[in-house]
Design a protein. Sequence first.
Length: 343
Amino acid sequence: MTEIKLTQYSHGAGCGCKISPAVLDTILHSDLPKAKYSNLLVGNESKDDAAVYDLGDGNCIISTTDFFMPIVDDAYTFGAIASVNAISDVYAMGGEPIMAIAILGWPINKVPPEVAKLVLEGSRSICAKANIPLAGGHSIDCPEPVFGLAVSGKLKKGNLKRNDTAKAGSLLYLTKPIGIGITTTAQKKGIVDEAHLKVAVDTMLALNSIGAEFGSLPYVNAMTDVTGFGLLGHLCEVCEGSGLSAVIEFSKVPKFDFLNRYIQQKSMPGGTQRNWESYGHKISSLSEEQKVILCDPQTSGGLLVSVDKNYAQEFESVVKSKNYDLIPFGILTEKGKNVVTVN
């Protein structure tokens, strides 16, 4: 059991397995007439984190799903990270999770079922932290290990945070540092420092529960979480959905301080280049370091938050009271030549 390393059984890792933004656009495109549902406040048109349905009494239901292949070797930790990642989509809408259903694909002839049990145990531990039941699920025999959750959540209609409602002049904050893809690729290559891997794993295991509190803050005008498309990809979605551009300061972007060590050893996931090929034409000229960090696929990444600049001090006081130390790394502007300019 202790000899089994789950990442050896998958061709990709975590949210780095996500289909690229450009390919996903092709898959989701439909020429069929779109049915209109007046109570569906958020569907897939806005590329948001979860679907939101208005119950008509001032309350809404949130529905989302997320699953992927192993991002770490340890089965329990894999289940936990996948669960944090899936639940994050509810927090990113400003809501609170209420229930989860497991999604499990398992190579029965390659990896013992006892290992899958550990995956589920890891998931249960996170659901308990989020104060929700893991209420059931579905499993299939699958060539590679796959795990995730379908999560239901709730929110007050007035607390809904979308990714396409940002306002010009707003400041940008990120609640977790980036560099997960680079670090976990170093693990697969056998070159990672265990202390660095622990930092990455601890980051992925941190619930984005502060997003539910952000939902109640009227000066937070847009929010999303940063996952497989990298910081630039998800920021592009915010900008394009809101009809804006962004200017960011690379030096102020939260990131692990050890990344250059692994970049020099070419420890970048394949998803980085796929991301760049999908949206690089929308971005200002970047150095190689900036590209591989800002396009790095994140698994269980932080919340990208757009905040009215007039309330920046109040926002920073709120997050400080929750043991976060955040500074803005960019600003949203009127639509310009580039969707995102990096200084």
